[in-house]
Design a protein around this ligand. Sequence first.
Ligand SMILES: Cc1cc2nc3c(=O)[nH]c(=O)nc-3n(C[C@H](O)[C@H](O)[C@H](O)COP(=O)(O)O)c2cc1C
Length: 204
Amino acid sequence: MTSRKLVVISSGLSQPSSTRLLADRLAAATVEELKLLGIAAEVRTVEVRDHAHDIVNNVLTGFPSGQWRTEVEAIGAADGVIAVTPVLKASYAGIFKTLLDVLDEGALAGKPVAIAASGGTARHSLILEHAVRPVFAYLRAVVVPTAVFAAAEDWSGGASADSLRERIGRAAAELAEQIAQREPAKPADPFALTASFEDLLPKD
Ligand SMILES: Cc1cc2nc3c(=O)[nH]c(=O)nc-3n(C[C@H](O)[C@H](O)[C@H](O)COP(=O)(O)O)c2cc1C
C-alpha cells in the first residue's frame, strides 16, 4: 500500500472546538476514502491556536520559528490539506488568514485542498465561497468542489447532522481522488534555485 501525507489546519479558538471536531471528521473520512483507493494516510493536525504567537512573530520577522517552522515544512510537504476556520464577523478567522499570509510563495500551488468552516449560523455558509475559496485560488491550490460548512444546529442530530455527514463524505471523496491522482509530494528544498543558471549569467 502506498502512503500519502495529509495535513489538517484547524484554526478554532475555543477548547473544545467545533472547528477541530469538523476538521477531525473530515480527516477521518478522507483517510477512509484513501484506504478505498489503496492508499494509507499519515495525518498531521496543525492546531493553529497553539502556534498563534509564532505565526504573528513570523509576520513581523519574515521567518518561522520553533515548532511552527516544523508545521510550515509539513504543510509544504503535504500531499493534501484540509483547511478549517471558524466564521468570525462574517469571514474567516484572522489567524487563519495570517497563517496563509506567512506560507512561502507556491507552498500550496497544485496541492489538493478541502476547505471547511464552522459557524453559529448557516446564513453565513457562503463565506467559504466568497472569502475562503478565492484566497486558496490565489495561492494556486486545487480546491475540491465541495466546501463543508457546519452550523451549530448541524451537530445536534437529525436531518441536519445527516446532511453534514453527507457533505463531509463528498468533500473527503473529492480530496482523496485528487491526492490519489498525484505522485507523492517532495519536501520543499529551501536551497532550490528559483531561476536557471542561464538567467543568472550576465548578458552582454
Ligand atoms: C468573535 C466571534 C464572532 C463570530 N462571528 C460569527 C459570524 O459572523 N457568523 C457565524 O455564523 N458565527 C460566528 N461566530 C460563531 C463561531 O463561528 C462558532 O461558534 C464557531 O463554531 C466557533 O468555533 P470554535 O468552537 O472552533 O472556536 C462568532 C464567534 C465569535 C467568538
